[in-house]
Design a protein around this ligand. Structure first.
Ligand SMILES: [Zn+2]
Length: 234
């Protein structure tokens, strides 16, 4: 695909923060991507199928309200917060600042999730598991011996060979940021524009006007949150 021929309109702040769906198309029932990402995604699916891989979307677009519900449930102890090894951590023993950073390891700040843009998606391979398989999206599923290792290697090779415009923003190289997510792909031509548009000011105003748990601690630490978890360094 000729990336330079893409002419994607920049997203508005309301679209960037997942509070609008006007930039999306439905790929499959209940699964949405940015309208200009659907064709590249389906090309990737087609390319994967030539290798016997049935690439599927676990999650494409996710709205602000959904991310806010996840965040608040974790902050309130209604959903587990995991550490790097997948063990649940006890938020009750932590300061508010520590709680914010513990949640951010695995959950994006509402309004700053790359899943709001429609450029990003979580993928898996339905050909390598039974129809009853319960998808977990854990690193082990994509590692050697895991069911999606060949899918992950296929993606690795496409990226290494420069054969795709998708990339992995959460490679785990940034050890003080978001944990490694080998299932998470991002369509660079759109995502690069979104990264530039989602400024600290946009995020600050959104959080200040949201009904979000730990709001004070988020705003106090927003510069650090932005540099570690939002402005991803590849
Ligand atoms: Zn993801």
């Amino acid at each position: 695909m000729n990336v330079s021929s893409l002419n994607i309109a920049p997203l508005t702040p309301v679209q960037l923060s997942g509070r609008s769906q006007s930039h999306l198309s439905e790929v499959f029932p209940g699964h949405y991507l940015h309208r200009d990402v659907v064709a590249p995604y389906l090309q990737l699916v087609d390319r994967a199928s030539q290798e016997g891989i049935a690439l599927r979307l676990a999650s494409g677009f996710r709205p602000f309200d959904r991310q806010l519900a996840i965040w608040n449930a974790k902050a309130l102890g209604e959903r587990p917060v995991l550490d790097n090894t997948g063990q649940a951590v006890a938020l009750g023993d932590m300061s508010e600042r520590e709680r914010v950073f513990a949640i951010l390891r695995w959950s994006a700040l509402p309004g700053a999730s790359r899943h709001h843009w429609g450029s990003d998606m979580d993928i898996w391979d339905s050909a390598s598991v039974s129809e009853h398989y319960r998808l977990q999206l854990t690193p082990g599923e994509y590692a050697v011996g895991g069911p999606f290792h060949s899918c992950s290697r296929f993606i690795d090779e496409l990226i290494a060979n420069g054969e795709t415009s998708f990339f992995r923003p959460y490679s785990g190289r940034q050890t003080d940021g978001v944990a490694e997510e080998p299932w998470h792909l991002s369509f660079r031509p759109l995502a690069s524009a979104c990264e530039a548009g989602l400024t600290p000011e946009v995020v600050r105003e959104l959080i200040a006007n949201s009904d979000i748990c730990l709001q004070g601690a988020i705003l106090e630490n927003l510069d650090e949150i932005y540099s570690r978890f939002i402005a991803v360094r590849y």
